[in-house]
Design a binder for this molecule. Structure first.
Ligand SMILES: [Zn+2]
Length: 502
């Protein structure tokens, strides 16, 4: 494999202006496929969820899934799009084994939703508006597995296996207008856009939008033009990028690659490219077909889709609170700054914090544990925060024990450590490790007396008015109680017993 020449990111941006286009495919969470009654459940035996319609057998007739159309309209409305009063499906003709019908039922010049926008917030709080060209309905293809080769790709394989369970599962493709003016922040905008879109899709309840499961995937189109030029350069299309981080890396890599080619006097080939997770690079795929290669024509077996205005308005009225507004509201309710909310989002902690609050914790405590102890644990173990082995209910229980005075922060951290180590729930860890704030005044009083007796000189200094010296006695008591005393109460007792006013 030849090493791809790259220009430094700074040099690339000094000479060129990036223009991006993002195409996101979202697999809808409908129970059945888009044009037949086959189940969409994951994990079934290959080719067990197929019928004559999704296999494209002669004589079979498709029927549109109403929930699929409803989901498409909801997505369109949430993206501030106009909803078509009348639109048709079209056949996108191509021959490939994963498409048993030899065409994909899609939409071409009559998408169900068009001309919208999505506002996305960048890390520094700036809001960037991404214009939406269209959102249209189509169906997924089957899945091919290439066997016998070293790489799992078709080259070198001895044979391929096909599973058509996925063929016909509803997809919504959301296409942006060219994203201009992002400059050196183009990769960040791409990532923020896909992140915001994912939140939106989840909030609408139309898909779980899990990128790692392929339920949402992004094609990153990118071209460069010399600074000051209006005309777009030739674009490349990096296909099926399936994580937020990868979207950002793919855009960045293509900016540097295009710039290297252009600077050395070369020309960019319009082609699809594969993204490689391991090193963030892309490699050449196939020369990109033009629309005419697909010989689109209106699907004759399906009636046009004509959502009534009443129904569209009903769906609009039923839209949930959209993620950006919800975040704004929560931020106000919690009384936190922009950058604090941003860290919560970056850490993937929002849903966890909300779930912890729902289990009875107050917002400050919920944020504190997830953003502190647990975020640190996630970082150290290289895991997502959501994968840390503790539940919101358990975090809420720890917060409740602290609020009740049964645990101080230091002990609470030990309880969390125990839960993460698999020692059981918070109460079990408390019992097993014997972690409880010593609240028995008699025991605590004795520990204070012992500390004073053992540190007579320090006690004298405190009696003489040196209150700062109390720290040494408090430390001694905390040590004697293995950190299980309430430090504030210890301080009160020390001063009281020495007859000094705090
Ligand atoms: Zn079917």
């Amino acid at each position: 494999m030849t090493v791809t020449e790259l220009l430094s990111y700074e040099d690339a941006l000094a000479a060129y202006d990036p223009v991006m286009g993002l195409e996101v495919h979202v697999e809808l969470g409908t129970r059945t496929k888009m044009f037949c009654g086959c189940s969409t459940a994951l994990g079934a035996e290959p080719n067990s969820q197929v019928c004559p319609t999704c296999l494209g057998l002669p004589g079979s007739l498709p029927v549109v899934n109403e929930t699929g159309v409803e989901s498409a309209v909801k997505i369109g409305l949430a993206l501030n799009c106009s909803i078509a009063e009348w639109c048709r499906f079209a056949r996108k003709n191509y021959f490939y084994p994963d498409m048993p019908k030899n065409f994909q039922t899609s939409q071409y010049d009559e998408p169900i939703a068009y001309d919208g926008y999505l506002d996305v917030q960048l890390e520094d709080g700036e809001v960037f508006r991404v214009q939406i060209e269209r959102a249209h309905m189509e169906e997924d293809t089957g899945k091919s597995t290439h066997v016998g080769g070293a790489t799992g790709r078709i080259h070198g394989a001895s044979h391929s296996l096909l599973d058509y369970n996925r063929a016909g599962i509803p997809l919504i493709e959301i296409v942006t207008k060219p994203i201009e003016g992002a400059g050196d922040r183009a990769p960040e905008v791409a990532r923020a856009y896909v992140a915001e879109l994912r939140e939106l899709i989840k909030a609408l309840g139309v898909s779980e939008a899990r990128m790692e499961m392929g339920q949402m995937r992004c094609d990153v189109n990118l071209s460069l033009r010399p600074r000051g030029e209006q005309k777009f350069g030739t674009r490349s299309e990096t296909k099926n990028v399936n994580s937020l981080r990868s979207v950002e890396r793919a855009a960045r890599f293509e900016i540097q690659r295009h710039a290297a080619v252009l600077t050395s006097g070369g020309t960019i080939v319009q082609e699809t490219r594969h993204f490689h997770e391991e090193d963030g690079s892309t490699t050449s795929g196939r020369i990109k077909e033009e629309a005419e290669d697909y010989r689109y024509f209106p699907e004759p077996d399906l009636v046009p889709v004509a959502p009534s205005r009443e129904w569209v308005e009903e769906l609009r009225a039923g839209l949930p609170e959209l993620p950006r507004l919800r975040r704004k509201r929560l931020q106000e309710e919690w009384g936190i700054a922009d950058h604090e909310m941003q860290s919560v989002l970056n850490a993937g902690a929002l849903d966890l914090i909300l779930a912890t609050i729902a289990e009875g914790a107050d917002s400050a405590a919920a944020r504190k544990w997830w953003m502190g102890e647990l975020a640190r644990h996630a970082n150290e173990s290289g895991a997502e925060l959501a994968a840390v082995p503790i539940t919101p209910a358990q975090v809420a229980r720890v917060a409740a024990l602290v609020a009740a005075g049964d645990l101080n922060d230091k002990l609470a951290r030990q309880v969390i450590e125990g839960v993460l180590a698999g020692e059981g729930g918070p109460d079990e860890v408390v019992d097993r490790r014997g972690l409880k704030v010593v609240s028995d005044e008699g025991a605590l009083g004795k520990a204070v007396d012992d500390a004073i007796a053992a540190n007579a000189a320090v006690a004298d200094r405190i009696r003489g008015g040196n209150l700062a010296a109390a720290g040494a006695l408090i430390g001694a008591v905390m040590k004697a109680t293995r950190g299980q005393a309430d430090a504030k109460r210890v301080r009160e007792l020390v001063l009281e017993k020495l007859g000094v006013q705090g």
